[in-house]
Design a protein around this ligand. Structure first.
Ligand code: FA5
Ligand code: MG
Length: 384
């Protein structure tokens, strides 16, 4: 038995050095860019003074001090996983959109950058763990804005119950798990935020039933911070044995940190600027981030006739690979279908902004030119 403060190591612990050639190959299925490769191994969640590390620590504290069960903690599992672990073992249907290379980063057809920490549920259940927390970096091809980033951090929690747990309560096992899940997560939200407005939304995940999302009211809108539910029986039966019930949750650490510390833009987590990092201290939950001078954004539009194969995620990837964190937002501002030809034109507005300095016109124009020419050659669209 590991003590609750020990972070469990496991056979799949991340190698300290991954070479570019391990991740970016010329396999036709490979869709990993250098921008993404450079994030692997940074492990913000392992830096105790970084907001992501501070949040992880606070959640660990909550489970250590407010929950009767001892949760085994994993935070060093390699982000490159078998596609079967990421999808099949958590019952993601064969035709589910998340499997598409438009949404997920593939190293090869059988290997992906995990798109959620749920990729580790089955393997850890097979090791016989009944209560565990897994923290790690996860990767998704996604849109670009203040709350979405292609690399972010999740924490997965799983808690298994046996009949002795629910029989005394007079509830069915599944109901007991649901009640205990919501109590645990509401308690967590209160531990992190004190009084905060929150609401439960019905949701769908292939690996839980029923499923829920928790939203927190932040800067005038509801922000989804986690997904959870009662684990599908099949996953438990197969990996742990029959007769048990369990809950599981997966929460977004950036989203929680943004609410807790008042961090306005998800890109800030990746900066090395001491004006950001210097504001946070290990164990300190009461920091409110003070924006340093915000440099002005620069907007550039690009319009083109799309083809059937066009996707917004592919466009965002092109922009991100060229502009990196200088790309603040990519937004569709016009969508027009020509009445005669039936062709569709999209116009996107790209906001360029640095969190660290003023961008020059020349610099932004050069980025935009490169975006335009890459869009034209790589995305098979016709510029207007
Ligand atoms: C999942 O990833 C499920 N695996 C969660 C889960 C686990 C459900 C166990 C049930 C049982 P979802 O895609 O909604 O669900 O992501 C979970 C959380 O990650 C979100 O609530 C949000 O807080 C965060 N998140 C999702 N996409 C992004 C993104 N692009 N950038 C930052 N945070 C994100
Ligand atoms: Mg969701």
């Amino acid at each position: 038995q590991l003590s609750s403060s020990t972070v469990a190591q496991c056979a799949a612990a991340a190698p300290s050095v991954l070479s570019r050639a391990d991740v970016i190959t010329d396999h036709p299925f490979n869709n990993i860019t250098d921008t993404i490769f450079q994030k692997i191994g940074v492990n913000l969640h392992q830096q105790p003074g970084h907001p992501i590390g501070i949040i992880k620590g606070a959640i660990h504290d909550y489970f250590d001090s407010h929950h009767p069960t001892t949760f085994t903690k994993f935070d060093d599992l390699a982000p490159i996983v078998a596609a079967t672990a990421n999808f099949d073992e958590v019952l993601v249907p064969a035709d589910h959109v998340s499997r598409s290379p438009n949404d997920t980063y593939y190293v090869a057809p059988e290997t992906v950058l995990r798109c959620h920490t749920s990729a580790h549920q089955a393997e850890i259940l097979r090791q016989g763990e009944r209560a565990f927390l897994v923290t790690g970096d996860v990767y998704r091809r996604d849109s670009i804005d203040a709350t979405h980033y292609p690399v972010f951090h999740q924490m997965e929690g799983v808690r298994v119950f046996g009949p002795q747990d629910w029989q005394a309560s007079g509830m069915e096992g599944a109901q007991y798990a649901e009640v205990e899940l919501k109590r645990t997560l509401e308690g967590l939200a209160q531990h992190l935020f004190g009084e905060v407005e929150m609401r439960w939304i019905d949701a769908y995940f292939p690996f839980t039933e029923p499923s829920f999302e928790l939203e927190i009211f932040f800067k005038g809108q509801w922000l989804e911070v986690l997904g959870c539910g009662v684990m599908q029986q099949q996953i438990l039966d197969k990996n742990l044995g029959p007769g048990q019930k369990a809950w599981a949750f997966g929460l977004g650490l950036e989203r929680l940190a943004m609410v807790l510390f008042d961090i306005p833009d998800i890109r800030l987590f990746w900066t090395s600027d001491q004006r950001f990092l210097g504001q946070f201290k290990a164990g300190n939950m009461t920091t409110k981030f003070k924006s340093y001078s915000k440099y002005p954004p620069c907007y550039k539009d690009v319009a083109f006739w799309i083809s059937d194969a066009f996707t917004e995620n592919n466009l965002c990837e092109v922009v991100r690979d060229i502009a990196g964190d200088l790309a603040e937002e990519v937004k569709l501002i016009d969508d027009f279908t020509h009445p005669k030809t039936g062709r569709t034109s999209h116009c996107y507005r790209i906001a360029y902004r640095s969190m660290e300095r003023s961008l020059t016109d020349d610099e932004v124009n050069a980025l935009q030119e490169e975006v335009r020419s890459t869009v034209a050659t790589k995305l098979n669209v016709e510029l207007r």
